[in-house]
Design a protein around this ligand. Structure first.
Ligand SMILES: C[C@@](CO)(OP(=O)(O)O)[C@H](O)COP(=O)(O)OP(=O)(O)OC[C@H]1O[C@@H](n2ccc(N)nc2=O)[C@H](O)[C@@H]1O
Ligand SMILES: Nc1ncnc2c1ncn2[C@@H]1O[C@H](COP(=O)(O)OP(=O)(O)O)[C@@H](O)[C@H]1O
Length: 301
């Protein structure tokens, strides 16, 4: 069910589902089953969906609100929604244990759909964290990560929702050095991009794994490092979705932008700024110039 507005202030449980941003993304190889191997530094932005839950006697149901609620196709707004898939997967993990409950879930869909910032994966991960808490499952982190893997390649990293190096197709996670305080702008032109198509159109050699330092002494350090890396999917995404090139140029042209790149398979692009405040100011300017775009500015999680 998709609803326009709903009062969730009385709901007992709330969980944030922060947007995933791939600061760099190298396609390093390909598995026998066709999936591409990745090396990516993943961070989480203050932007995100929000999931609410009120336990109750009715079977578990999901309502969707928010700017991008309607962008979910009818199957993804129903039983195929990653939130409900996550709930079912957690129920399976619990087996017949009595603490599994019904009730109402409400998803505030604030992130654009199919946009390279993993909104669906973040929602699934938020559902696992929230229901683990609400149902007092107390699953181990290892068990939750195993369940997350069955829901999608980006769900394990979204379960952690902290700066992480992601390899394999998303199952191989290692802690990455903390980033110094900085600001980020996210911009999406409104065109959904097909991940399989972008991977299909990728050409050229695989890139090596990045050599990650043990730490960063300043934002300038981070930017110097990121400038030596790239996003292997940026070029093919620009072919599939030409506005990505304009979005990148517009972000890079903002006062104070130190790096502009695309996240994931696109089409959302990000800009890095010295402070969340500088990012918010740039976001305001971009929003004024392009009212049809989705624009967000702020800090990282
Ligand atoms: C590219 C990334 C980087 O974080 O992010 P998004 O752009 O989705 O945000 C992810 O690896 C997206 O992984 P995932 O969420 O599994 O992508 P899906 O949309 O399910 O994948 C659709 C299709 O893309 C291709 N695909 C996907 C991931 C991968 N590592 N190699 C692939 O070749 C496969 O053909 C797959 O069937
Ligand atoms: N809660 C959800 N939010 C977004 N997409 C969902 C959700 N549940 C299922 N989906 C499906 O997952 C697909 C990928 O969505 P999304 O995670 O937003 O992509 P991306 O990782 O590229 O940002 C969508 O096309 C949609 O049909």
């Amino acid at each position: 069910m998709t609803v326009a507005a709903l009062d969730v202030s009385t709901f007992a449980f709330t969980e944030a589902a922060p947007a995933k941003v791939n600061l760099y993304l190298h396609v390093t190889g390909r598995r026998a089953d066709g999936y591409h191997l990745l090396d990516s530094l993943v961070v989480f932005a203050g932007a995100g969906d929000v999931l609410h839950y009120q336990p109750g006697p009715t079977p578990l149901q999901l309502e969707i609100t928010g700017r991008f609620g309607r962008a979910l196709d009818s199957s993804a707004a129903g039983a195929d929604n990653l939130v409900l898939k996550a709930a079912r997967a957690l129920q399976e993990l619990c087996g017949t244990q009595a603490h599994v409950q019904g009730g109402r879930l409400v998803l505030e869909k604030k992130l654009p759909v199919a946009s390279g910032i993993g909104g669906g994966s973040a929602d699934a991960a938020a559902a696992l964290r929230l229901l683990d808490r609400a149902w007092n499952v107390q699953a181990s982190r290892a068990d939750l990560l195993k369940v997350a893997e069955t829901l999608g390649a980006d769900v394990p990293v979204c379960l952690l929702s902290q700066t992480t190096r992601m390899e394999g197709i998303g199952e191989n996670l290692t802690p990455a050095p903390h980033l110094p305080e900085c600001g980020m702008v996210l911009v999406n032109c409104g065109q959904a991009v097909s991940t399989p198509e972008v991977f299909r159109r990728r050409e050229g050699d695989f890139l090596p794994r990045a050599t990650m330092p043990d730490g960063w002494s300043s934002l300038a350090d981070v930017v110097t490092f990121l400038k030596q890396q790239g996003n292997s999917l940026e070029e093919p995404a620009c072919v599939v979705c030409p506005p990505v090139g304009h979005v990148l140029a517009d972000i890079a042209g903002q006062d104070g932008c130190v790096l502009a790149r695309m996240s994931g398979s696109g089409a959302t692009c990000f800009g890095i700024f010295a402070t969340p405040q500088a990012a918010r100011q740039a976001a305001d300017r971009l929003e004024d110039a392009h009212p049809a775009w989705w624009v967000w500015g702020g800090g990282l999680v």
